[in-house]
Design a protein around this ligand. Sequence first.
Ligand code: 5AD
Length: 329
Amino acid sequence: MLSKNDILDELRAPDSHALRGRADAARREHCGEGVFLRGIVEFSNCCARSCRYCGLRRENRRLKRYRMSPAEIRQAASTLLRWGLRTVILQSGDDAHYTTAMLCDIIRDIKTDAPGAAITLSIGERPLEDYEAFREAGADRYLLKHETVNATLYDRIHPGQSHAVRMSIIERLRELGYQVGVGFLVGLPGQTAEDLAGEILFLQDFQPDMAGIGPFLPQADTPFADQQAGERETVLRLLALARIASPGTHLPATTALATLDPSEGFAAGLRFGCNVIMVNGTPDSYRASYRLYDKRVCADLESARRAIRLAGRTASLERGDSLRLQPAE
Ligand code: 5AD
């Protein structure tokens, strides 16, 4: 068990060498050498929310908006499956254009196409009944980042939303039997080292199936355009601490980390406890418009494999279900 002081000490230590070693050992014991490749389709960049850091926020008039049709979404998913990937992540802004029925149809179609594949939804906050409907239609996993455990900070940077609601949805997703992904931003304006320690304590307590951890990166058309990005070294230390605090949690080496360090970000993440890379399957014509932050670096199959090799690991095309569901060997 890590205490708050243990975590703060690691965040302040002169170097992260020993921490990396501990995280790498935990990763090896709990996840092995394989790095799961997952496919993601960002099917709509329309969003009803106003998150102050995010380029998709509804106030951003500069962004060219797009919505993929159900046929285009199925097509993109089937391309990922053809590449051999066995997880399809469907991600979008909070976009009510896609009704419950539309999304359930898409989920069922992909499942019919590939019964052995897992479907992850990452489509934000919806009416509670929807989560049940998606689950019944065949969705296996749901990714809803909590963004920050600091409720005051959360409410300040997410106008119109509430931390309490966010956390209650996350609990509900777990009750419904989803493999649940959470996640937080590192280096948000106003975030303290104590807040970051709180993130690790939360992971230790909640033991999520997945956690997405990446730096805050400024986007030019948001209120946070002129703020400092999160630090690479701090992100890596938090990944390592997450691996130690919640060893059976899938940790992707995130696109945001790779954007901060385009040449080695993915490989560095893998060395600091990560065991997943998400391969982008959004059609080229839309990809640049999914502008959460500027100069976003996405992984394709080739760059993912290169990073995995660089880190001395092996790519895995297994489904990579929750490590919490698997009996220990
Ligand atoms: N920097 C880093 N991550 C961001 N996200 C959105 N905007 C940014 C940003 N400026 C992430 C958030 C959110 C997801 C849609 O993308 O974590 O959950």
